[in-house]
Write a protein that binds this ligand. Structure first.
Ligand code: NAD
Length: 494
């Protein structure tokens, strides 16, 4: 069976950063691999007045580092058409409709349409309403709406947004992107658990002591200060990526690895996440903001408050760490710790699963307890796993040492694997919504996050409280220490 897909992509925000950095390169990779061949077309739309020719040049430039040849890039870009207009203008949609119908015939697209909203969520409602009212939704093929984060600022605004979109599209036509769900090793969480009985049978509170999730960035906010200062790490990272990863780690085995079955289990896991009482927030959640740093390694790094478009007295957090408890049979008593922040020591996403210690240490370790076994899942930039096991040290006596069994995928293998956006676009073409977030997940996550946000907004904090290049505020270490644990991954201590 041919793997070729057909469809018309209409990209709202076609001149924007996301389109150029992620969407065009991802579409090109799918073209190179034969998922897209002759039967596809792309309409880019935004306010600027561009011609098709200019648009195609922009597309070619955006893929210049990954092209097979210039001719191949030109051939790919010949499928791209540009139409300038303001999305709030109704006439826009009539022109779009004509162009869509023309391309539908020209490329034999059978009425299959993907509408990619790569622009501010403020416009999601008006775009989806006009797509329906102005008849851009076909009756012959599939119609799918892909939308970007952020999905609302809190539960209330997310609900309003969702109602606006649902007035035109059914839930099963809506693909809410969380690009972490497109990452190979995040998808691998299910394979590690459900493909290995040894692991799945230990995947519970009897054997696991705690789980630690780190999503670290070494960069600051760069030129995104304006957006970031209204969002902060809590909304930007916890509501979506971190709670999604937790739901995959915590869910019960689904009956099949298909979208509906996985989603049912993820939602159940999210609903079991314990909601904090307002007066518990400070015990469970830590926030931080990076300050400047001046040393030989980091040279002169700005503090967050010195960044472009950031208020001088900004209370926005660039770091958040926390402890999440899941109240169900499997996880009662097991803390899920997470931390995420900007300007940390190292860029990296990893999950450390710390198993319980042996009940009695029989070895000669100078009265030190045996280190716990730790299973690590490396998500980015390295992809792979490691497992730390205690073994006897070679030689006399009964001392032990900890060995690390490690598998990291080679740069060549990961270069050939599908990139997150590429995989998600392909999933959407296939109508597979496994790796997208359902409204129930979004709603449940916001309800958890809103409690923290509301509490934090009431209390002024003394920022900045961590130096650029560190692993966040000292309170993030204390969060684990008071439970008798410590962060397993300490790139700042090597
Ligand atoms: P951007 O500001 O670079 O692009 C916005 C696009 O919208 C531009 O093409 C602009 O011309 C167009 N636009 C704005 N107002 C318009 C109007 N009234 N009518 C028609 N077109 C209009 O933004 P971006 O960085 O590409 O982000 C787009 C969306 O993706 C946002 O929701 C953002 O939060 C999300 N996102 C972006 C990234 C990223 O890496 N850039 C990552 C994750 C999520």
């Amino acid at each position: 069976m041919s793997k070729e897909k057909n469809g018309l992509f209409t990209i709202f925000g076609g001149t924007g950063d996301l389109a150029k950095r992620k969407l065009y390169p991802s579409l090109y990779r799918l073209y190179k691999k034969g998922y897209l061949k002759e039967k596809f077309a792309v309409i880019g739309t935004a306010r600027r007045e561009w011609t098709d020719d200019f648009y195609r040049e922009v597309v070619v430039e955006s893929i210049q580092n990954i092209t097979e040849s210039h001719e191949h890039a030109i051939e790919f870009a010949s499928h791209f058409y540009y139409q300038s207009h303001n999305v709030t203008d109704i006439e826009h949609y009539d022109t779009l409709k004509k162009l869509s119908e023309k391309l539908d015939k020209q490329y034999q697209l059978e009425g299959n349409r993907l509408f990619y909203l790569a622009m501010s969520p403020n416009f999601f409602g008006v775009i989806s309403q006009n797509l329906k009212d102005r008849d851009l939704i076909t009756t012959t093929g599939f119609n799918r709406l892909i939308i970007e984060k952020p999905f609302g600022q809190d539960f209330e605004s997310a609900l309003v947004l969702n109602n606006q979109i649902r007035a035109s599209f059914e839930e099963n036509q809506i693909y809410r992107i969380d690009h972490y769900l497109g990452k190979e090793m995040v998808q691998n969480i299910s394979a590690i658990r459900f493909g290995n009985y040894m692991i799945e049978s230990m995947w519970n509170s009897r054997y696991i002591d705690n789980i630690q999730i780190t999503l670290g960035e070494s960069l600051g906010v760069e030129e995104r200060g304006g957006y970031y200062d209204t969002s902060g790490a809590l909304r930007d990272m916890l509501q979506n990526h971190i709670l999604q990863i937790i739901s995959l780690l915590a869910m019960e085995p689904p009956t099949r690895l298909k979208d509906k079955e996985i989603r049912t289990e993820k939602i159940k896991a999210l609903k079991a996440v314990r909601l904090l009482e307002p007066d518990e927030v400070s015990d469970y959640m830590i926030r931080g903001q990076y300050g400047p740093s001046h040393n030989d390694i980091s040279k002169n790094l700005n503090g967050y408050r010195e960044e472009m478009n950031v208020a001088l007295d900004s209370q926005t957090e660039t770091f958040v760490a926390g402890k999440i408890m899941i109240d169900n049979f499997r996880w009662t008593g097991v803390p899920f710790y997470f931390r995420t922040g900007k300007r940390l020591t190292k860029k990296g996403t990893q999950i450390d699963i710390e198993f319980k210690n042996v009940p009695l240490n029989l070895f000669d370790n100078n009265d030190e307890p045996l280190p716990a076994n730790v299973l690590t899942i490396y998500i980015q930039p390295t992809e792979g796993f490691s497992l730390e096991l205690n073994t006897k040290k070679i030689g006399l006596g009964l001392a032990t040492e900890t060995l690390q069994l490690e598998h990291k995928y080679s740069a060549e293998t990961t270069a050939n694997s599908l990139e997150a956006y590429e995989k998600l676009i392909l999933d959407c073409l296939n109508g597979d919504s496994t790796n997208f977030t359902h409204w129930d997940e979004v709603a449940t996550s916001w309800k958890f996050v809103d409690i923290i946000r509301n509490q934090w907004d009431k209390e002024k904090v003394d920022f900045p409280n961590y130096a650029s290049g560190s692993m966040g505020p000292i309170d993030s270490e204390q969060l684990l220490i008071k439970d008798g644990f410590k962060w397993h991954w300490c790139p700042n201590k090597k």
